[in-house]
Design a binder for this molecule. Structure first.
Ligand code: EPZ
Length: 419
């Protein structure tokens, strides 16, 4: 079993090149099978979730090959099996996008219920409600979702709760429905926009992605396309937070600075110097920062996927900070691990109260999920002594070459095989 071993206390200096966005990639790869042709997807992150989806698509009959480390060629012109009930499918939550893609193109789908990071109940009722409103029959039994429809018909769909996954899934299915679909209270995340742009490149007619009303005029056919995935907002944010905490002068490159506004505003408030350029942000930090209060919200609010990393940072800031998690019911499982490093945090329901300490101390900790693992890395980089992180399969699901990127900016981090 592999683990990451970090000797903390090194200042970070230099450039980090950000990979393509995981949460856009995991929607766009399933969407490609709607083309019935050849799609070339560039700037994919080289991570486990992408590898699992590639293997899933191959098993379903698409020919999905790497052109290079970051580019996939997906040929879905052959016979596609609309039943995806094998093990890989359960491994990642985003395999729920196979539902929307298959229903849209083939009017039927059978997909094993998604797995993924474990932080409490993660329902897909809004996805299923949307499919029903488009005219699909929905059946869920023995952990398998089955969808079927004679025809899909455009509908007006109001989302009770802002949901990234449901917004994208409905967009996928509605792209090939008859007539117009209107999604109200839609999610506005950059990866929703990226998926809409990719669908439009394949011939779909989607307007309004990035606002809370999306209009989709269904088309009969989609075609192959070439597309480049946007940079990963959360990966960029993780390195910015790491630099803020460890102290130093780090530039995250190949990003869209606008996507980082909620984080840059917060870091600046805490005493970090931020310099924005066209496609990069420079972070200069003394490592001695003031605490702050954070409330997670859907985009353009502060992202829940940076909440654990930010809590790690606040653990070493002056004074008391309050973090409120508004998106997920149970996203503080990692707090026990941060406490092992000496953090002083109390959690009540959705609110974490953090009393900053002078310095965290290295310890053995575990990555309880993807972003929890990232939080352990952030904390370990500034802690005194050695931090060992196990269960790093979660980190590998979403961060490409994390130890290489951090070593390049001066961190002392190694991947060690315990066997
Ligand atoms: C996406 O998950 C991301 N995953 C998550 O990132 C991210 O935390 C989340 O959006 C919020 O930004 C992917 O894009 C693959 P939601 P998603 O539907 O789409 C409730 C990471 O670390 N809800 O926006 O599954 C739900 O319980 C991952 O990269 C319902 O009640 O999240 C939650 O409270 C983790 N019913 C809220 O909505 C539903 O049918 C938002 O969830 C769907 C969601």
């Amino acid at each position: 079993m592999e683990k990451l071993v970090i000797t903390g206390g090194k200042r970070l200096n230099g450039d980090v090149f950000i990979s393509g966005a995981k949460n856009a990639a995991v929607a766009i790869i399933p969407a490609a099978i709607m083309s019935g042709g050849v799609c070339i997807i560039e700037n994919l992150p080289n991570i486990e979730d992408v590898a699992s989806l590639r293997s899933t698509l191959n098993k379903m009959g698409a020919v999905c090959e790497y052109v290079d480390k970051h580019t996939l060629k997906i040929d879905s012109s052959g016979n596609i099996n609309t039943s995806a009930v094998f093990e890989e499918v359960r491994k990642i939550r985003a395999s729920y996008y196979l539902l929307g893609a298959l229903l849209g193109k083939y009017k039927k789908a059978e997909v094993a219920m998604p797995g993924g990071c474990n932080f409490g109940t993660r329902p897909i009722d809004l996805h299923l409600k949307g499919f029903k409103l488009l005219g699909a029959k929905v059946n869920v039994s023995n952990g398998i979702v089955t969808l079927s429809a004679e025809h899909l018909k455009g509908a007006q769909i109001y989302m009770d709760q802002v949901s990234v996954g449901a917004t994208i899934n409905i967009m996928l299915a509605a792209s090939m429905a008859e007539g117009t679909t209107i999604i109200e209270n839609a999610a506005k995340e950059p990866h929703v926009v990226d998926t809409a742009n990719f669908l439009n490149m394949m011939g779909a007619n989607i307007k309004g992605a990035g606002t809370d009303i999306i209009r989709i005029r269904g088309v009969k056919e989609l075609h192959g396309a070439e597309y480049t995935i946007i940079p990963d907002q959360i990966e960029a944010g993780t390195y910015m937070i790491a630099a803020a905490m460890a102290g130093g002068d780090v530039t995250v490159r190949n990003i869209i600075p606008k996507h980082m506004d909620s984080l840059t505003a917060k870091l600046a408030e805490m005493g970090v110097e931020i310099e924005k350029n066209d496609d990069s942000i420079r972070v200069i930090s003394s490592g001695q920062l003031e605490g702050a209060n954070i409330k997670t919200m859907s985009y353009p609010g502060f992202p829940t996927d940076l909440q654990p990393q930010m809590t790690a940072l606040l653990s070493g800031c002056h004074g008391i900070s309050v973090v409120t998690e508004n998106v997920w019911d149970n996203r503080y499982q990692y707090v026990d691990e941060l406490r092992q490093l000496g953090a002083r945090i109390t959690v009540e329901s959705r609110v974490a109260m953090i009393q900053g300490v002078e310095r965290l101390k290295g310890a053995k900790v575990s990555a309880t999920d993807l972003r929890a693992g990232a939080a352990m890395v952030v904390a370990g980089l500034s802690a005194e002594g050695v931090t060992e992180i196990d269960n790093i399969k979660y980190i590998d699901r979403g961060y490409e070459d994390i130890e290489e990127k951090l070593s390049n900016i001066g961190a002392d981090i190694k991947r060690v095989n315990e066997d």
